[in-house]
Design a protein around this ligand. Structure first.
Ligand code: ADP
Ligand code: TRP
Length: 320
């Protein structure tokens, strides 16, 4: 099994990223060959400050290494170190129907949120298809918001293979239903662009304040409450054991439990869960040479696979 995923270095990573994409990919390392990359070409569609992009990429690298990414097994690289990806994007662009991209929700959502409607933002899914297809990935772990992009990748691969022969492997999105959409502190999907995140490695005081501000309904302490409808519980359950979940759910239903108490319990869980990783990250930060060397080695390994696939694609279309 070939597993691949990428994440944009466009802001500090948060609980939605952690449960929706990072944890799944860290767990999948035991089950197959994982390719994981920092999607810096993609981030250019929203980040226009060069220093912020550079720093953002190193931050993502530190985050994953702090979680104990296995850099022997997993191929971890910066997307822009693999120039082959951009060449393949062109070969895919010429077979991608406009209508396929016009249907993408993500483009429309981003433009509605104020991102400039550039050609790069519009053709974002084609670059993503190149990322996936160049490594012959069959499993792509992502949150639900990225499902459509993986489906577009499949459609592009089918189109290309029909025209030119079987060059590409068809990928499948892999979505963990229980964390498909992690809510933010305002109850919408947690996202860097909604200012509703709890950062994984941010300031603890700030995280506590954000957790204490999570939006709830106005039931009183005595009222019986529905855990499934509560944003605080939706986050709490991600950190809790099955026994702790059952106990907390019963307390919601029985009444006598205030949201403030659950928020405190959530904060305690959050802080304790990430504490060892926080320490590891601080240690790694003192050795950025090591971080750079991991990315360089990853790029060398990724390029081998990418250049093989690109060569096949170039041959298939008649460039060689
Ligand atoms: P953001 O919305 O904060 O910009 P990205 O689009 O960079 O996040 O997402 C990076 C990865 O994290 C993707 O695989 C995405 O599906 C996943 N992800 C982001 N937010 C959430 C969320 N709230 N719930 C589940 N997964 C998420
Ligand atoms: N578009 C993804 C996101 O915003 C990041 C990404 C780029 C990606 N290329 C990918 C994810 C390839 C999976 C596979 O989260």
């Amino acid at each position: 099994m070939r597993i691949l995923s990428g994440i944009q270095p466009s802001g500090k990573l948060h609980l939605g990223n952690y449960f929706g994409m990072m944890r799944p990919i860290l767990d999948l390392q035991k089950e197959g060959q994982v390719f994981l990359f920092i999607a810096d070409y993609h981030a250019l569609t929203s980040v226009t400050d060069a220093a912020a992009l550079r720093q953002g990429s190193l931050d993502v690298a530190l985050d994953f290494l702090a979680f104990g990414l296995d850099t022997e097994r997993t191929i971890f690289y910066r997307q822009s170190d693999i120039h082959e990806v951009t060449e393949l994007t062109w070969l895919l662009s010429v077979v991608t129907p406009m209508g396929l991209l016009e249907r993408c929700h993500s483009y429309k959502d981003k433009v509605a949120k104020g991102l400039p409607a550039t050609h790069g933002l519009f053709s974002y899914p084609v670059l993503m298809a190149a990322d996936i297809l160049i490594m012959h990935s069959n499993v792509v772990p992502v949150g639900r918001d990225q499902k459509q992009h993986v489906e577009v990748t499949r459609d592009i691969a089918i189109k290309f293979n029909n025209l030119y022969g079987e060059v590409f492997t068809l990928p499948e999105p892999s979505i963990r239903e229980e964390v498909a959409v992690v809510p933010g502190v305002d109850g919408q999907k947690m996202s860097k662009s909604y200012n509703n995140t709890v950062e994984i490695f941010g300031d603890l005081k700030e995280a506590r304040q954000r957790i204490m501000r999570i939006v709830t309904d106005s039931k009183t302490v005595e009222d019986s409450k529905d855990p499934a409808a509560c944003n605080v519980y939706s986050l709490y359950r991600l950190f809790a054991t099955p026994e702790e979940r059952a106990e907390m759910e019963a307390r919601y239903r029985n009444g006598g439990l205030g949201y403030g108490e659950v928020k405190k319990a959530l904060y305690e869980k959050f802080a304790a869960h990430f504490e060892p990783y926080r320490q590891r990250r601080a240690e790694l930060q003192r050795d950025m040479g090591y971080v750079e060397s991991v990315l360089k080695r990853g790029a060398d390994r990724a390029r081998e696979e990418a250049s093989r696939t690109l060569k096949n694609a170039r041959r298939a279309v008649g460039l060689e």
